[in-house]
Ligand binder design. Structure first.
Ligand code: FE2
Length: 342
């Protein structure tokens, strides 16, 4: 199970639940209902490990499927494969069969079965956890290309004030997936409220606040790996399942190869009374600041950040002009048989 190397200046927000106990707890929405506790921890900016989740699939087969290192396969929307439409009638499936299996329909059908097995295992967990919620979208992303050193960031979802997202992860690799995480949003906002003039963002879309905080505190893709913020280090073992709201817990993948993750969206109009939306929480943060709340959160130190003169810069001559279009080239360039300075 997961190993966490805690940074002494960051709160310990890691918690764990036994999934069998969650499923066996009273489903009444009361304090003893562990579904409620898990989701309140999720809203409470915790990183939640779920023990004893069993998802059976042919890991040996999946581990041999080579996903091209392209932008499309970086976050592969697996719903295409889950759909009932037969291969012969689906252009999307034909393209996958060509790209992943050189046109071998037998292998593609086997893959289809494994995607359904994994996704239904993930959906079973989420259906249980979200028995008090109404979902409006249930996407599952397969990220089976190698990820090396992302920049630290909050997740940016378009129109994120309109829904609550739920991200659950399953490490499908046979090695750990390594993350860094940092101070939670509710710590960061008051601490940097004045310095970053966050009051000006009160009427902007919620994702703008998350984007501004990510860029100005942690830097961008070009300064990745040079973040000045303190970070916890987490090793999610093969088979680990965890949920964590990337909109409130800043995170970066340091290394990972195969993960499936949900991007469920919850209907904000039908949230249980104990589940405040992120939009309402952020509005409360603005209101508290407007009412003169103390800025600096305890334990959060001011670190050098990228917009300062001493901010981290990439080596001279290194530029990353267009991540989306140049993704495969950037990847190829980073794994040369020589010393590569990024
Ligand atoms: Fe993320």
């Amino acid at each position: 199970m997961t190993q966490v190397y805690l940074h002494p200046e960051i709160g310990d927000y890691f918690v764990e639940y036994d999934f069998a106990e969650v499923a066996g707890s009273p489903c009444d929405g009361g304090p003893a209902d562990l579904r409620r506790q898990v989701m309140q921890d999720y809203v409470g900016e915790k990183c939640i490990l779920l023990r004893n989740v069993r998802i059976d699939y042919d890991q040996d087969f999946i581990s041999k499927v080579s996903f091209p290192p392209t932008w499309y396969f970086k976050k592969f929307p697996s719903k295409v494969v889950e759909r009932d439409k037969p291969l012969a009638k689906s252009d999307a499936k034909k393209a996958l069969c060509r790209d992943l299996f050189a046109g071998d329909a037998g292998l593609f059908h086997r893959f289809e079965g494994e995607v359904r097995a994994v996704n239904s295992g993930i959906r079973r967990v989420l259906d249980e956890l979200l028995r008090h919620h109404r979902t409006s979208a249930t996407d599952i992303i397969w990220r089976h290309t190698e990820t090396r050193v992302e920049n630290l960031h909050f997740d940016i979802d378009k129109d994120s004030a309109d829904f609550e997202s739920v991200r659950l992860y399953l490490n499908m690799d046979d090695i750990p997936r390594i993350w860094h995480t940092s101070h939670q949003l509710s710590q960061i906002v008051p601490h940097y409220y004045e310095t970053l003039e966050l009051a000006a963002l009160r009427d902007q879309p919620l994702e703008t606040l998350l984007q501004v905080l990510s860029l100005r505190l942690f830097g961008n893709w070009a300064s990745r790996g040079r973040e000045q913020f303190p970070r916890h280090m987490v090793l999610f073992e093969p088979g680990d399942v965890w949920i964590c709201d990337g909109r409130t817990v800043p995170h970066q993948v340091i290394y990972g190869r195969r993960v499936a993750s949900s991007f469920y969206r919850l209907d904000s109009a039908a949230l249980p009374p104990w589940h405040p939306s992120l939009a309402s929480k952020v509005e409360a943060m603005h209101a508290a600041q407007a009412a003169g709340a103390e800025g600096a959160a305890e334990g959060l130190k001011g670190y050098a950040y990228p917009f300062g003169p001493g901010g981290p810069k990439p080596p001279k001559g290194v530029t990353h002009p267009d991540l989306k279009n140049d993704w495969d080239k950037l990847y190829e360039d980073s794994i040369q048989p020589r010393l590569v300075r990024l």
